[in-house]
Design a protein around this ligand. Structure first.
Ligand code: MEV
Length: 311
């Protein structure tokens, strides 16, 4: 029997921009998905999915999840012709659009296979295997989700567009900062949203060039603000990042509504996170009390919200 974990993540800055080689900053969550691999008689593999999830999430992502598992197994050269893998996924990461659930599943599986077959792979190789899994969700994953899921902590990530090694830098911020994660309850298709952005960029290159320029400056400021735990500046930059995400049409009415509730209840900044057009929204709080107020306000409006810390 083999066992592995993959952390959930939240993108603090730069979703979508990261696909085009701009830096993004993500924080792993303390919640994770676990995978257990049992080798049984037979051939192929079977999945028992016990992860808690947003209603409809597993159904919508079913085909992609199966392809992702297939990719990881193939990449790790596991022979499933003369043995069967019984794969059980569980853990406390609530599977929802925006939380890196797909990457967490792929990473946990890679680690569990590594454990089960004593492959002795290092984190870099685990990350490579999880990246293969991520390809099942859209053709051009930046790799930020599996990197955050594999390494944990706060990371600065830049995709190498020439296919070489990506840049991954661990950031150490002096303080932990309270964050609220709010769930729109809508499961978005990363494949569709990423493809839409690509189409839009191709039809309006000038607009995108200006947005990209603005984002690049913002990302450098965000890194510095996080390294200094400058809460108020981090919040302001999150608001600006949300505006840019609106400009590239990946936010939605419900994302904007949750951002509004968070800001009205004292958040220093708020933005959608991840794919967008549903999924999750994050809000930065000055302290635990404000974090509680934001969480309560969101729940009062009928949405799920979780408290976490970044940094
Ligand atoms: C999805 O969590 C983040 C996106 O930027 C896609 C990617 O980075 O591959 C939307």
């Amino acid at each position: 029997m083999g066992f592995g974990k993959g952390y959930g993540k939240t993108i603090l800055f730069g979703e979508h921009f990261v696909v085009y080689g701009f830096p993004a900053i993500a924080s792993a969550l303390s919640s994770y998905t676990t995978a257990e691999v049992k080798i049984v008689v037979g051939k192929g593999w079977e999945v028992i999915d016990q992860r808690p999830a947003t209603p409809g999430y597993k159904k919508k992502k079913y085909n992609e999840a199966m392809q992702s598992i297939k990719n990881v197994i193939a990449h790790m050269n596991v022979d499933v012709g003369c043995q069967k893998l019984e794969l059980t996924f569980s853990g406390d990461l609530f599977a929802a659009s925006g939380v890196g659930a797909s990457a967490a599943q792929a990473t946990s599986l890679a680690r569990a296979i590594n454990d089960s077959f004593t492959l002795m792979l290092d984190d870099e190789k685990i990350n490579d295997a999880a990246y293969e899994g991520e390809k099942a969700y859209h053709g051009t994953p930046s790799g930020i989700d599996n990197t955050a899921s594999t390494y944990g902590g706060l990371i600065w990530f830049v995709k190498n567009l020439d296919g070489g090694k990506n840049t991954m830098e661990k950031l150490r911020s002096p303080e932990k900062i309270p964050l609220v994660i709010a769930n729109t309850g809508i499961t978005a298709s990363t494949t569709e949203v990423v493809a839409d952005v690509k189409r839009l960029k191709e039809s309006n290159p000038e607009k995108f060039e200006n947005i990209f320029k603005e984002y690049k400056i913002l990302s450098e400021k965000a890194k510095k603000a996080l390294l200094e735990s400058d809460r108020s500046l981090i919040g302001k930059l999150m608001n600006q990042n949300h505006k840019l995400l609106q400009d590239i049409t990946v936010s939605s009415e419900i994302n904007d509504k949750l951002v509004g509730i968070a800001l009205d209840n004292g958040a220093l900044g708020a933005k959608m996170t991840g794919t967008g057009r549903g999924g999750l929204v994050i809000a930065l709080a000055e302290n635990d009390e404000v974090q509680k107020n934001i969480t309560n306000a969101i729940e009062m409006k009928g949405y799920d919200a979780w408290k976490t810390m970044i940094g």
